[in-house]
Ligand binder design. Structure first.
Ligand SMILES: Nc1ncnc2c1ncn2[C@@H]1O[C@H](COP(=O)(O)OP(=O)(O)O)[C@@H](O)[C@H]1O
Ligand SMILES: [Mg+2]
Length: 372
């Protein structure tokens, strides 16, 4: 098969648990073409179980974990089948699937550290008939890294530029930046919450999965006092490498901060404050750790939150903020593409982590290989 005919399939579901992103990609000459892609929602029962376990890990018995691992594996396999069959792509054309899995816990700083992604890769391989690369994060953690973020090597491959200081900003449940200076090492880390607190607050008060276009936040007035209290959290000032997750930034965290700061903002004002929190923490991270940035390429669902993007523009004046589509890759598929690309690296025996990003002691090849 010619190089250009080789396709890879990325499967990704982030902290938002909004659905499984499945993208079929072709990687040629530092270009990434999306051949087909879809976001396939979890069946309600699986999503509810995942949310329940994440909210209260104490309820998760070993039996429950095993069953969920199996169920999520089937959902990931279905997502792969769906995107292939609807687009009439033969399985033989797919060199490998890179499956990130669904994170249930990410505890890089616990002693000992661990990270747990579920979605049995053997089931994906058996049901699709395609080789699967999965369990990417633990390889990096095993050599002292945070296990996250792992997309920066791919960001460098696709967005790195000899003359421009660029940043890739992914606003998923958690937000992360990759700094791609014209010269010097690639760095990157989780800046803190992206959409996760915005989603949680709107879910609690309006029973909606997210605040469409940020319209509720745009009706509120950010509380400067609460915002300062939130920004004082030690995570924001900690030096990278660092990564975080839902187990840290969640409603309990927010409610504790509201109680401590003794402010009583209206509900829409809290939503506006959370939007400011995402933007200010991202902007501060870029200003401090990626000085001289001229271009920011945004991806992840947060790109569609118009209120959030407007606020970000106000915090990063003079910086050209655009979607990753400007570089030919739709913002919805960047993360899935990163794991497809990492699968390609794995099966060709190349390394996938960047020690300058994760803090690992050395570059390693990431993920296990599961053949069908
Ligand atoms: N039109 C929109 N308006 C506001 N927020 C949006 C919109 N579209 C997507 N989002 C946000 O993006 C999130 C999903 O982003 P995604 O990148 O898939 O995150 P993750 O990687 O955590 O799954 C949703 O939960 C929601 O907060
Ligand atoms: Mg998602």
């Amino acid at each position: 098969m010619k190089h250009a005919d080789q396709l890879f399939l990325g499967l990704m579901s982030g902290t938002s648990m909004d659905g499984i992103d499945a993208a079929v990609l072709r990687f040629v000459d530092r270009r990434c073409d999306v051949v087909a892609a879809a976001c396939i929602p979890y069946p309600d029962s699986v999503r509810h179980s995942l949310i329940a376990v994440r909210q209260d890990p104490g309820i998760c018995t070993i039996d429950m974990l095993g069953k969920l691992d199996h169920e999520v594996g089937k959902c990931f396999a279905d997502a792969a089948d769906d995107v292939l069959s609807k687009n009439r792509i033969a399985t033989e054309k797919i060199m490998a699937i890179g499956s990130h899995g669904q994170t249930l816990r990410h505890q890089p700083d616990s002693k000992p550290p661990f990270t747990l992604q579920i979605g049995d890769p053997s089931i994906i391989a058996a049901r699709t008939g395609i080789t699967v690369v999965a369990d990417f994060r633990r390889g990096d953690m095993a050599v002292g890294g945070q296990g996250a973020p792992l997309a920066p090597a791919f960001h460098y491959w696709l967005f790195g530029h000899d003359n421009d200081n660029r940043v890739v900003l992914n606003i998923g449940g958690i937000a992360n930046i990759t700094a791609l200076p014209a010269s010097g090492p690639v760095t990157g880390f989780d800046t803190g919450p992206g959409n996760t607190l915005l989603d949680a607050w709107v879910r609690q008060h309006h029973n909606r999965d997210f605040d469409m276009d940020g319209s509720w936040a745009s009706q509120g007035q950010a509380s400067e006092k609460l915002l300062l209290a939130l920004l004082q959290d030690p995570y924001f000032v900690e030096s990278p490498p660092k990564s975080t997750g839902f187990e840290y930034f969640n409603l309990k965290w927010l409610e504790r901060k509201i109680a401590e700061s003794r402010v009583r903002p209206a509900k829409q004002d809290v939503q506006a404050t959370l939007a400011e929190l995402t933007c200010r923490s991202v902007a501060a991270a870029i200003t401090l750790h990626a000085p001289g940035t001229t271009e920011v390429f945004v991806c992840g669902g947060g790109f569609y939150n118009r209120d959030l993007m407007r606020r970000l523009g106000q915090r990063l004046r003079g910086v050209n903020i655009k979607s990753t589509a400007a570089q030919g890759l739709d913002p919805d598929w960047v993360e899935a593409a990163a794991f497809a690309w990492l699968a390609k690296r794995r099966i060709s025996g190349e390394t996938g982590n960047l020690p300058s990003v994760t803090g690992a002691s050395r570059p390693v090849s990431l993920g296990g290989i599961f053949t069908s």
